[in-house]
Design a protein around this ligand. Structure first.
Ligand code: ZN
Length: 278
């Protein structure tokens, strides 16, 4: 499966911003419909841990959402491929969507519903985030100051892999997936196959700038929806219309009219312009 599309940083960040309305709200109950999405905890234990806790904060790390509860413990949600977190008003005698896997009943007469058609997502409850492998190994945030020329230069001096594969390595930088890695390298004018150790200072600087610009621009447009991604109100993102190279195989490059190429790298589709990206 080459086109595994999953929510990346801008999509998860959009949901995080939507969910800020839940700060200060109490979780009064939780109904687990599919136990499989509870990865490090049984549904019964999850209920004991989070029931009657207030949501004090919701932040994002990479592609994951972190709910900080009033006892300073964490509830984490990784959306996988088809996960959605929707805030909906409670309605009596209305059946949940077939995709609903977990329903958090809230003190504000709303439900926070976790939908997940294919169930690759995961919900965990932990005392410390490092208790979850994903968080323990996660690299720097691309929108943070730590993602800079020095950081990348030091990293690529030790490691030579294709630059697109590097950008998608969550241990290197958190939250960039297939769509944004292709877009960032198009904007930076770099061939996705280029070995990371061969990047020069100018190219590294272009990657830093392009990463921040594209991720911010996508957040502004509430992310990219191809199939399943929705924000917390169930709406689609608008950034798909603004993609310059991803999914444009065989179409003319918007800069030079050369046809966009599609190759497979690390089992994932890469789109690039053979002329603009060197
Ligand atoms: Zn081009």
């Amino acid at each position: 499966m080459v086109n595994k599309l999953m929510p990346e940083l801008p999509e998860v960040e959009t949901i995080r911003r939507d969910l800020q309305q839940l700060k200060g709200i109490k979780i009064i109950d939780v109904k687990v419909i599919a136990a499989r999405v509870c990865r490090n905890i049984t549904p019964e234990k999850l209920a004991i841990r989070i029931k009657n806790k207030i949501i004090s904060d919701i932040y994002r790390r990479g592609k994951a959402l972190v709910f900080v509860l009033s006892d300073k413990k964490f509830l984490t949600v990784q959306l996988g491929m088809t996960g959605q977190l929707l805030v909906k008003s409670k309605q009596k005698n209305v059946e949940y969507d077939k995709a609903a896997k977990v329903v958090f009943k809230l003190s504000n007469a709303k439900n926070l519903i976790y939908n997940d058609q294919r169930m690759f997502g995961r919900i965990c409850a932990v005392d410390k985030l490092e208790g979850i492998d994903y968080f323990a190994a996660l690299g720097v945030e691309p929108l943070g100051e730590q993602f800079n020329v020095k950081y990348i230069s030091e990293h690529v001096a030790r490691r030579s892999i294709p630059v697109k594969v590097l950008l998608m390595d969550q241990k290197f930088v958190a939250g960039i997936g297939n769509i944004y890695a292709s877009e960032i390298l198009f904007e930076a004018g770099i061939d996705p196959r280029k070995r990371s150790s061969l990047l020069d200072a100018k190219q590294i600087s272009a990657i830093v700038k392009a990463s921040k610009r594209i991720l911010k621009e996508s957040i502004k447009n509430r992310g990219t929806t191809f199939r399943d991604y929705r924000d917390a109100s169930g709406s689609k993102g608008r950034f798909a219309e603004k993609l310059k190279v991803y999914g444009r195989e065989g179409l003319p490059c918007i800069k030079c009219k050369t046809l966009i190429n599609n190759i497979v790298q690390a089992q994932r589709s890469t789109f690039y312009c053979p002329k603009c990206q060197i």
